[in-house]
Design a protein around this ligand. Structure first.
Ligand code: HEM
Length: 206
């Protein structure tokens, strides 16, 4: 059986959330470029770009609800939280591995299990991503979608320029994140192992 030695690490709701989110981000980035650089970029009309950006934005927000529901509903959210006692030493080990050990063929210091599937660096990055950067991007996007309706919140947070700057800075962050994330995801047992796992749920151990 193909799945005999494989680890089941990504349950279906996580996989569905992840690929809708990834496709949504690609659409948001493309339409975001059109909106932001309307004078120089001519992929489609400004109006279409705004409409698609809004629809996809709401899909990504709704989809985040699926992620929240699954992880909090099952209690599996704890995999996102590092153990404070071992965290620092695990970060150092993982950095040594990516910076040096991986080029000598050393084994990965992190051994993936369904209860502990992220290495210390992934844990730190995904925690910030899912609890800070993604919610901030969704909230600022929502405010920009209905400036009048959210006027009091916008004023309280420093005005529309502040909200818009945060949204655009995070847009640049997410562009960079997706490149680094897609590259790091090739560092599994084989270059496509992590990708396959995000489709099938089963991860090949190193
Ligand atoms: C084309 C774009 C993307 C590709 C190719 C991609 C690929 C992958 C792969 C292969 C994994 C499994 C291996 C791992 O945990 O590193 C993964 C996990 C993950 N990705 Fe992505 N990703 C993309 C976009 C995104 C975006 C836009 C976000 C968030 C804004 C994101 C957040 C995550 C998170 C949080 C996980 C861990 C999920 C879990 O197991 O709970 N990814 N990604």
């Amino acid at each position: 059986m193909e799945h005999k030695e494989m680890l089941y690490v990504h349950p279906a709701p996580v996989r569905v959330w992840h690929w809708i989110n990834a496709a949504g981000f690609i659409a948001l980035i493309i339409t975001g470029i059109q909106i932001r650089f309307a004078e120089t970029v001519n992929m489609f009309s400004f109006e279409n770009a705004v409409n698609i950006h809004n629809y996809v934005g709401f899909i990504v927000i709704g989809n985040f609800g699926l992620w929240l529901l699954f992880y909090f509903g099952t209690g599996k959210i704890r995999i996102y939280f590092p153990n404070p006692r071992t965290f620092l030493s695990n970060v150092i080990k993982q950095m040594q591995y990516y910076g040096y050990g991986i080029f000598k063929g050393d084994p990965n210091p992190h051994h993936m299990t369904p209860e502990n599937k992220f290495n210390a660096l992934q844990q730190k990055a995904y925690l910030g991503l899912m609890f800070l950067f993604l919610p901030t991007q969704m909230t600022t996007g929502l405010f920009l979608w209905d400036i009048k309706g959210f006027e009091s919140y916008i004023t309280m947070l420093g005005g529309i320029k502040v909200i818009d700057s945060i949204h655009v800075l995070l847009f640049f962050f997410f562009c960079a994140f997706m490149i680094v994330h897609a590259y790091l995801a090739t560092l599994g047992a084989t270059p496509l192992a992590h990708y396959k796992a995000m489709f099938t749920g089963y991860e090949e151990p190193h």
